[in-house]
Each structure stands twice: as C-alpha cells, then as structure tokens.
Design a protein around this ligand. Structure first.
Ligand code: DGY
Length: 327
C-alpha cells in the first residue's frame, strides 16, 4: 500500500479519509518541528504529504523528494511554500481557506478588546496580589466604540474582523489592499485608503494580509511613527509582517499605545520578550484557527484535497491551478 506522511497528530476523521482511499498513513508525533533535512528523510517511501506546521517547502525540498506527488497544507497561509518551484516539479499544493475565517477574526477581535482594556496585564496584577484597593484613576483602558478600524489586507479574514467591528462596535472601517474590496465597501461602508492614510487614521490597525515580499517587515519604525499615539496594533496574520524590535521600541517610547499579537517574529516567542511585561500588550501563541470545530474542518479539508490528488483529480482548494496545465 502506498503511504502518506502527515507531519502532526490531526483529527481521526481526516486520517480515516486517507485510509479509506486506500493509503497507509505515517503520522509524525513528536512535539518538535522537523528540520527540512528530517522532513526529506521522513518523506522517503511516501507518495504524498499532508503538511502541518512551519515546514519549508522550497526548490531543495521538491528536488529532494521527487516521489511526493501532491501536498495538502493544513493552513490557509502558504508563505513557507515556493509555489513556482512546486509548479516546476509538477506538484499540486492545496490550502484550507474559508473554514478558519471566523475563528481567526475572533482572535483579532479578542486581542483588540483585551489590549484596549489591558486584560492580560490586569489578570497578572491579581496573581501578584496587587488588587487591594479601588482607585478610580488606575487600570484605565480605552473605549473602542465608534473609533476607526484600519484593516491591512481586507480579504476573507479581514472582512470578518471588519464586520464584527462595524456591527458590534459601530466602528468606521478603512482598509488598504492590493485591490479594492467592493463587497466590504458596500456592506460595511469600508473606505479604501493609501497605506500612509491607513497608518495616520487608524485607532486600531489590524493586519490580515498574506506574508509576501511586499508585506514582509512593512510595519517598521517608519510605519509606527506615522501612527496615532493612541493606536492599537493587531497582528493575527504572520509575525514577519511587523518588525518586532521596532514594535517594542514604538511601545516603549509611547509612539503607539498598545499591541495585540497572535503571531510573533520569531515564533515561538521567547519567554523573556519585553512585550510580555507590557501593560498594553497581549500576546497569544498563534491560535487564530485553534477551535475544535475549525481544526476539524481544516484537517478534513486537507485530507479531502490529498485524496482528490491521489485519485487523479484536481485538488478542490488548489492554490495555483496552472500546475495542471503544465505539459
Ligand atoms: C493558517 O492557517 O495559515 C494559520 O495561520 C495557521 O498556520
């Protein structure tokens, strides 16, 4: 029987789908990322890969694993994959869009409120025994109602975040994208603005863009300096979109007011990172899609894509269909 490699423990239903299609499954069960060389070694004897976690799938990988005929990612992001190289080697790659939109937007929204009300820090003060007395001038956060949310990357997840902000908090929505989002303009009265205007006008600036050559490190010192001093910076997309040293500096020097991060740079964040001690900062360990329901849907979607590829069909969530038109 041919074998499929899965690089993390995932839902039983997803594994069953692959087994039922007539394939054995090897699951990597250690709680440690694989180096690329370890992954290449593990891929030997396998015909397809269900990739979970930050596996670097570049030209070297495709060259070293010619037996891998298809790869299903269990993520919407595919910044670790060199799609041009995959196409060159004729390997179709799928991802898991849509199913995580709401869960991920929930985390961005949760971070926005938690930062605005210093929620994580307040929890720590109780643990330290500092809740001793009511002081009306202490522990003050900011109101979010009616303020301006700037969305950097108003795609599917950004839309969900903007929708919550608009409908639940009456926020004005501005956004910056590569292309206009007519749906958001119509349904949420979102206004397209230049990148500089987004920086200058947002009370909360939430990042939902893909990591690419264009977006890598775009939130740096010069970007933070253009933001309002009361601004809250949220990133639930990819940590490499912000420069973490510049972010720390902007917060320490009160250039911006606060930050909420579900993604960090690097990941995992080290426990002595100064962001973790700041009153107006909340950090989560990249849990945007981490609900039982969403992770189940992602695993099943990835397995369905792999099974389609292994049955000679087009993967339903193929990232670049041009791979199929190669001679
Ligand atoms: C995604 O799906 O891209 C999430 O960020 C998990 O990596």
């Amino acid at each position: 029987m041919e074998k499929v490699l899965v690089t993390r423990r995932i839902s039983d239903n997803a594994i069953k789908l692959i087994n039922d299609a007539g394939f054995d499954v090897t699951v990597y069960t250690e709680s440690k990322d694989l180096s690329q060389q370890q992954l290449i070694e593990m891929c030997k004897g396998h015909c397809a890969l269900l990739s979970v976690g930050p596996n670097q799938l570049d030209a070297n990988f495709f060259k070293s694993c010619p037996q891998i005929g298809a790869i299903a990612l269990m993520s919407v992001g595919y910044d670790k994959v060199d799609i041009a190289a995959a196409n060159k080697f004729g390997v179709p790659i799928s991802n898991t869009p849509e199913v995580l939109n709401e869960a991920t937007a929930d985390i961005a929204f949760l971070l926005m409120l938690s930062v605005a009300r210093k929620a994580f820090y307040m929890h720590k003060t109780i643990e330290r025994g500092e809740w001793t007395f009511f002081d009306p001038l202490k522990n003050l956060g900011q109101e979010i109602y009616g303020k301006t949310l700037g969305v950097f990357g108003l795609g599917r997840i950004g839309f969900e975040m903007a929708k919550k902000a608009r409908y639940a908090y009456g926020m004005n929505i501005i956004y910056h994208n590569r292309s206009r989002n007519n749906n958001a303009e119509e349904k949420l009265q979102a206004k397209y603005v230049s990148f500089d205007e987004l920086l200058e006008k947002s009370d909360v600036l939430s990042v939902h863009a893909n990591l690419s050559g264009e977006t890598k490190g775009i939130f740096d010192k010069s970007a933070f300096e253009k933001m309002k001093s009361n601004a809250i910076f949220i990133n639930a997309a990819r940590g490499a979109i912000h420069n973490e040293i510049d972010l720390i500096d902007a917060l320490q020097n009160k250039i911006i007011w606060g930050a909420g991060l579900d993604v960090t740079n690097p990941e995992p964040m080290k426990k002595d990172n100064p962001l973790l001690q700041m009153e107006n900062v909340c950090v989560l360990p990249h849990i945007g899609s981490a609900t039982e329901e969403t992770r189940e849907k992602m695993a099943v979607m990835a397995a369905e894509n792999l099974v389609a590829a292994l049955s000679g069909k087009q993967m339903p969530q193929i990232i670049d269909p041009s791979v199929y038109s190669k001679p």
